[in-house]
Design a protein around this ligand. Structure first.
Ligand SMILES: Cc1cc2nc3c(=O)[nH]c(=O)nc-3n(C[C@H](O)[C@H](O)[C@H](O)COP(=O)(O)OP(=O)(O)OC[C@H]3O[C@@H](n4cnc5c(N)ncnc54)[C@H](O)[C@@H]3O)c2cc1C
Length: 349
């Protein structure tokens, strides 16, 4: 199939829970109050503009260009700019493969082939720029991805807004007993109330002390004319990790897919996964053929070790296999069974 720039229909996906944001994106929906007044005015102005271009555009992404998509309680992701589309990937691949690529099943087939065989540079021909507002503890995980260009809001120069991430009750999970990097049951009743109370009061107190040290309100007006405030670059140091920061983040499609493969994965922390879920949807609107190949080969695919593959071969041959004689550790075995959607009882039959 030859690729046109277009927005595809929303596919069913196990990542659907993280992408319940479509309600904000109908053309007539008011922009939710996520931006400052000046930023909102800028978005309105930019969205009223329309420029003729000879370059390719992605209609699905044009629909939501500049619009903030809410994530968590005060955060958002918005697409600021992009370059290229599915056809640009195909065009780049044809430079290296020439006419031989026409033997593959059209453009969509070629994109799947490139992704499966990790011929990654054609995906680097596409770029996207996001504006993201996120809690600092999420930003610390995010910034580990070194292949993007980042420009962050400066708390040396500006005063941070009083905006703290307070998890929704359903995301107040206890520590997982068997995974030190994971969550267990959701906290309920008095335990949940106490956690929320602590989070809110600590955030309030830290912000009150921040303002007192600055001797300035968030709009820059002085609180007490009779005393000097501490420098902004120092006053910020008592602020907790759940305060929000903002950045512009520009990345090519190959590295974005790598980021999403790690951060949209169920093993990633919920809060960064919420951002990854929204960004997946922007990828679907931008490069639908690549999105579907990525969903099939990466998000919903699996990689097996040599030992894991040997177990699968034995199971397919009708053998009974147990963890003890599989050569896999207990953890590898559990992960393999989860990937195959099997329980130990299935292997007894
Ligand atoms: C579930 C999960 C748990 C994690 N837990 C921890 C933790 O406990 N502690 C911790 O410190 N981190 C942790 N991380 C972060 C993780 O180790 C990586 O640093 C992060 O995911 C970025 O991955 P990356 O280096 O592949 O990405 P990027 O920086 O985006 O790089 C993309 C790719 O570019 C190449 N590359 C980039 N820079 C270099 C370089 N300098 N040299 C060689 N190749 C390079 C590599 O192939 C790399 O995979 C965790 C990540 C996840 C997803």
């Amino acid at each position: 199939m030859a690729i046109q720039s277009r927005s595809g229909a929303r596919p069913e996906s196990r990542h659907g829970d993280d992408r319940n944001w479509g309600r904000y994106l109908s053309a007539k929906a008011p922009i939710p109050r996520l931006l400052t007044e000046a930023q909102e005015a800028e978005v309105r102005e930019l969205r009223d503009l329309s420029t003729q271009t000879r370059r390719v555009t992605a209609p699905g992404l044009e629909e939501i260009l500049y619009q903030p998509i809410p994530v968590l309680d005060h955060g958002f992701v918005r697409v600021i700019d992009y370059m290229g589309d599915d056809a640009a990937i195909v065009q780049a691949a044809r430079v290296s493969y020439g006419k031989g690529t026409r033997q593959l099943r059209g453009d969509t087939g070629l994109i799947g082939y490139l992704l499966r065989h990790r011929h990654t540079t054609p995906f680097e021909m596409c770029e996207i720029k996001y504006h993201v507002k996120l809690p600092i503890f999420v930003a610390r995980q995010w910034i580990r991805h070194r292949t993007a260009n980042v420009n962050e809001y400066s708390a040396r120069y500006s005063i941070l807004e009083k905006e703290f991430y307070i998890p929704a009750p359903e995301h107040l999970a206890a520590q997982s007993p068997d995974n030190r990097q994971g969550r267990g049951e959701t906290l309920e009743g008095a335990a949940a109330e106490r956690v929320l109370e602590l989070l809110k009061s600590d955030s309030d107190q830290a912000y009150a002390h921040y303002q007192e040290m600055l001797n300035e309100r968030s709009d820059g007006t002085v609180i007490d004319e009779g005393r000097a405030g501490l420098a902004r670059e120092l006053a910020r140091m008592n602020l907790p990790l759940n305060i929000y920061t903002q950045w512009y983040w520009k990345i090519d499609l190959h590295n974005l897919l790598h980021f999403l493969s790690l951060r949209a994965d169920p093993h990633a922390q919920y809060e960064i996964r919420a951002y990854a879920g929204v960004m997946l949807e922007t990828v679907r609107r931008w490069v639908p053929a690549t999105y579907h190949a990525f969903e099939s080969h990466v998000l919903e695919g699996a990689q097996l070790s040599g030992g894991g593959l040997a177990v699968v071969r034995r199971l397919l041959a009708g053998e009974r296999v147990t963890q003890e004689e599989s050569g896999l550790s207990k953890r590898e075995w559990r992960e393999l069974m989860a990937t195959l959607g099997r329980s130990d009882e299935d292997n007894d039959t």
